[in-house]
Structure formats: C-alpha cells, structure tokens
Design a protein around this ligand. Structure first.
Ligand code: UTP
Length: 234
C-alpha cells in the first residue's frame, strides 16, 4: 500500500528535541518494511516564531508563507537525517518530484510546496495525485470535534464522520478568530473530492501511528478506540 503521512510540526519538532525525530524514524522504518511511505512534515513552533518576526517587520502573507515552507523543509531534512539511507536524501519541492523520488523505493520526506496552504493540504493533494491507498494526519489533538474542545465543554469527538461533515466543521471552526481546526479547509475539500481513506489522530507517540496504519492496512478489522482518532469516510 502507498500511505501518505502528514506529521504536524507541533509533535515532530516539539522543543526541537532529537528524540522525537528518532522515534518517528524508527516507526517509519518499520512501516516501510511493509508499505511505501511519503511523509509530509509541518513547521511547528519554529515556523510560527519565524512568521511572527516576518510579520513584525512588515512582510506580507506570501513572504510569511515562504518562510513557513522553509521551516517545514528544515524539519523534513532533520527527519531524513534521522532515517539515514532508508530515506530519499532530499525533500522534494513539488508533487511531481515526490512522484519521481518514490521510484527510488525509499521513504520520501517533504515539507511545504506553495504559499497559501499548510502541509495538511500538501498531504491531501499528494495523496490524490499519487492515488495513495490511505492518508494519516498525525497531529497534537486526538481527532475531530464538533467544536473547539478548548472553548466548548460540550464538544463531541467524532470516531467516524463523512468528508462532507469534515468540511462543514473545519469551515465553521476556521471562521472563529483564534480557533484552529485539526486540518486546513483546503485539505478538507481535497479529502472530500478524492474520497481517500483518511485518519486524523494523535501522533504524539509514533508507535500509535504505526499500529493504527498496520492494522488499517490489513482491512480485515478496522481499528477502533482511542488511538484511532477520527476516521473520515466518503
Ligand atoms: P504547517 O503545515 O506546519 O502549518 O506549515 P500549521 O497548520 O501551523 O501546522 P502544525 O502546527 O505544524 O500542525 C507552516 C506554515 O508554512 C506555510 C504556511 O504559512 C503555514 O502556516 N506553508 C506550508 C505554505 O505556505 N505552503 C505549504 O505548502 C506549506
């Protein structure tokens, strides 16, 4: 199976601690024994800090996005370093480059691509382009909620939801200032249009991601329970 894995910078590059990169590298090596993997890394706090400075000096949002993209690529390079020769040596900078890199048989790791989106959208577009079998969004929250759980004690977590429901939730969350949905609106629209099997889950522990992907891939019994997060169905 071909799996696209989006790993949020907030978990991979948390405190810029090498142990998070090493732990992800071990889990990915194990996964790569059975499946083809493309990983898209986020920017995390470093991206936000650099973007704040850029805004502070008057940069426009496109310039800020380019700076964010550079940080996502730095995180990709750190993960590549942790993976050693099981990884393709450079982060592809386009979807087509990623497709060519996959022919190496190595784990492909990349960051952002163009301004105006986040790495969740990169993952979704890549998953559609490569006709991937599954996409996993490993993030710092344990799934998709009916509203922002930090603000609304009544917020309910979805174990399963349709892509259309995801789009509705993401758009209503994004409209509220300061709120942040678990995937960006563009990513949710791409998931809706290509109907890819998607899981949004807490990726703090890469072993959880490994287990969920391995069990999902078998397809005999769908994973359930806390580790799964939210499954998006067509
Ligand atoms: P992220 O994907 O890390 O954004 O990209 P995020 O939603 O803040 O993610 P977490 O917190 O890591 O999960 C960081 C920034 O890089 C730019 C955007 O400015 C984004 O906010 N970016 C990234 C792009 O402009 N284009 C891309 O393709 C990717």
């Amino acid at each position: 199976m071909l799996i696209v894995l989006s790993v949020g910078g907030s978990i991979l590059a948390k405190d810029l601690d090498p142990k998070h990169f090493s732990a992800y590298a071990s889990a990915l090596k194990e996964l790569a024994n059975k499946h083809q993997i493309v990983v898209v890394t986020g920017g995390g706090v470093a991206a936000r800090n650099y973007i704040d400075v850029a805004r502070g000096v008057g940069a426009n949002e496109v310039v800020c996005d380019f700076i964010g993209i550079d940080i996502t690529r730095l995180n990709a390079q750190l993960l590549i370093a942790a993976l050693g020769n099981t990884a393709y040596p450079e982060p592809p900078t386009t979807y087509k480059e990623a497709e060519s890199a996959l022919t190496s048989g190595k784990i492909v790791v990349m960051g952002g691509v163009i301004p105006g989106q986040t790495t969740d959208a990169v993952s979704a577009i890549l998953a559609e382009y490569l006709n991937a079998d599954m996409m996993v969004i490993a993030t710092s929250v344990d799934g998709v909620y009916s509203s922002d759980p930090r603000e609304d004690p009544e917020a309910k977590k979805f174990d399963v939801m349709t892509a259309k429901e995801l789009v509705g939730i993401v758009i209503s969350t994004e409209m509220k200032a300061g709120s942040k949905s678990p995937v960006d609106p563009l990513a949710s629209k791409i998931i809706e249009r290509c109907n890819i099997d998607t899981i949004i889950m807490d990726g703090t522990d890469p072993q959880d991601v490994l287990e969920v992907v391995l069990q999902e891939a078998v397809k005999t019994e769908k994973v359930t329970g806390v580790r799964l997060g939210t499954r998006i169905i067509g």
